[in-house]
Each structure stands twice: as structure tokens, then as C-alpha cells.
Design a protein around this ligand. Sequence first.
Ligand code: AMP
Ligand code: MG
Length: 419
Amino acid sequence: MNEPVSLPALSCADDYDPNSMPVDKAREVIGRFLSPLTATERVHVRAALGRVLAADVISPLDVPAHDNSAMDGYAVRHADLKADGEVTLTTVGTAFAGAPYAGTLDAGEAVRIMTGGVVPAGADTIVMQEHVKASDKRVTIGGGHRKGQNLRHAGEDLKTGEPALKRGRRLRSADVGLIASLGIPEIDVYRKLRVAFFSTGDELVSIGTVPKEGQIYDSNRYTIYAMLERLGCEVLDMGVVRDDPALLEQAFMRAAGAADVVITSGGVSVGEADFVKELLNKLGQVVFWKIAMKPGRPLAYGRVGEAHFFGLPGNPVSVMVTFYQFVRYALLTLSGETPVEPTPTFTVPCTSALKKAPGRTEFQRGILTRDDAGRWSVRVTGEQGSGILRSMSEANCFIILPTDQGNVTPGTLVQVQVM
Ligand code: AMP
Ligand code: MG
């Protein structure tokens, strides 16, 4: 479990207004209280994709292990060649990948060598096969060859004892291959972050239940489930919990006892927040913010018991935006990943007119496309209501409009963040 960390009077210690919390400030405050996992487990390299290294992977060997040829050609002694003019050497053997030449090259000798073949003792230079005239036992080579050319040196990529991968790295496909290339069968990784989540709301039913009048299907739990799966978390789906203090208290206690992180959706907006606030302050330390952003204004953050807690808004788009903008970074950090790179943003022309009021950061949903000439631009998905989940589904990026930005006219450069 995580170390208990107190959020000393979080809501008044800082000089900010919880009713208009800037996005960056909220991120910074959350960042201060993240205590990464320390528990580790050993996994086979095949099970390592997406896991976070708990220790450096140290190379037990030189890579490559031997001086070897980068080309198909002939291994020679540079001293035998002429600066200009031809020499003819005797071909004394072959060095193929996996089948080295056993002898040492003497003056006037060459060895036929293939890419990856071990450079024979005595040889210091490889001449490409395209640059020679060869017969059965002889090879004629012209001038102009550099000593050491076309040769890959032992330990050139990695020396014995050097870290091949650093602690905190989330392993990608290439890393899995790299670990295997060192002959390492198992590695130490942090255990997966356990995240419990539930939806709150009397109006919600889960798929499989027919909604009665006024009820809607719970989508947030499925969105959250999918986003957590993509981040490599161990998920604990606790279903829908009614807006009932006793049931909510039970759910929070159970979630906090079982997981490192608890995520809820709904119940933090004005009107609903009051009894949730009371409850959470009894069970832990939680702050309620109205973030100066659209969508995703209400956000609760803190601790329930020893678990980290994120209370996301109820609206389906707000859930995703707050998850991407606040929760993702926190979960990756808690998983032991370091450094956690922010999701890249870049600047492209926007072909739509956008309505935007200064005073808050907006995350509009955009479609980034490329024209026939290869130029990228972004247009907004249709309606931007925070209940319209289809706007997220159609989008492949956020258009991030900073606090001071007003309306956007077509052709203006905007910042986009690929999802
Ligand atoms: P709340 O923040 O609980 O007031 O919810 C705000 C809006 O989001 C309401 O229209 C809710 O019906 C809707 N909503 C809340 N939770 C969910 C959910 N899990 N799935 C879909 N819509 C939800
Ligand atoms: Mg609700």
C-alpha cells in the first residue's frame, strides 16, 4: 500500500480560489501528493510489454559480442592494400554469420565474409563485394579504402555492465526485444496499479438492464474501464452506487481498502456535492474544485483512507477530459513510470470557427486530417455539449484553447493534443 500522505489543509494552505482553479495549478497540486508504488514482481520477458521496470536492466554482455562485418565482402589487412592501384590477395576461407573463420589472417590473405560474420583475427577492414574482382581463390581490390571501414566493433551499442534500460521505463515492443537480445529471461517490474471505480447516480443502469422511464445507461464506467486498461492498470469495477450516503460510504470504504486509487464519476456537481463532501471528509481528506476549464469543471481530489481519490464529473465528455488532463498523469506517476512524458501537443491551422470565452481553458474535440499536399489541419467535431459522448468518439484530438483566448476565426493556428 501507499504511504499515508496528509494533505495539510489543502483547501486553504494555498493562495487560490477553489471555485476557479486554473488547470495548471490543479495539476501542480495533485503532483505534490503522488507517492509511486514500490512493490515489485518478477515477470517473464514475454509478459513485460507495458510494465514498468523496477530496476535498471544491466547488460551482461557486449553488444555486439564480437567485431563483425556490416557488409557482404572481404575481410582484409588494410596494410596489404594500396592507396591507389590494385592488389590481388589469396582467399583463404569464409566467415559467415554463425560460422567464423578459425585462423588468423596473414599478409596477402583475405577471407570471404558475410554481414554479421565475425571479423577474423588479423583483419581490420572490410571491402564490399561490389568493389572487388573475385575468382575462386583470388580477390583483386583497388585503392581508396579506409582502415576499419564497414566494421561494427564489439561493445559499440552497449558494453558489459552498462544499463540497457532504466528503472521507471514503461516497456515497449522494442524494449522486449532488447531485453531478449541480452539473453535475460525475467525482469523486475512494479506490480500493477490497482484502481477501483464506480459510478454514482440514481438514474443509472448498467448494460443488460432495461432502463425504466428517466433512467439512462451508465457509460462512464465503461469509458473509465477502457482508459484504465490502456494505461495497464489492474481494474476493480464496483458498478453503480445509488445517491445514498450509507451505500456510498460502504462503496468508498470497500474501494479504498482494495485499491491504490479510487475513481468515481458523478455526484460532485453543485447540489450533489454537499453530502458527498461531508462523507469524504469523514473518510479522508478531499478538496472540491471548480476548475477553470470547459468541459470538466467540478473535480474532487484527495485521499480516501490511504487510497488516492479522483471524483470526476458526471457528464460523459467531462469524465474523459478530466481523465486525460489530470488522472492519466497521476496514474502513470503512481505506477512508477519516470519520467512521465506529457501527451505531445503541436500547432496546426483550425479550419472551423470556434466560440470561446476568455477566462478558462477549453478542450474542444477536434478531427485532425491531412490534405492531398500532406498539410495537417484540424476541424471541430459538431456540437460540443459535455453530455455528447459521440463528440469524443469522432474526435482524434483535443483542440486546447488557453485561458485568455477568445473566439477563433478559420485559419488561426491552434494547439492540438492527439488522444
Ligand atoms: P452529476 O455530475 O452526477 O450531476 O451528473 C451530470 C450529468 O451526467 C447528468 O446528466 C447525469 O445523468 C450524467 N451522468 C452521470 N453519471 C453518468 C454515467 N455514469 N454515465 C452516463 N451519464 C452519466
Ligand atoms: Mg449524479
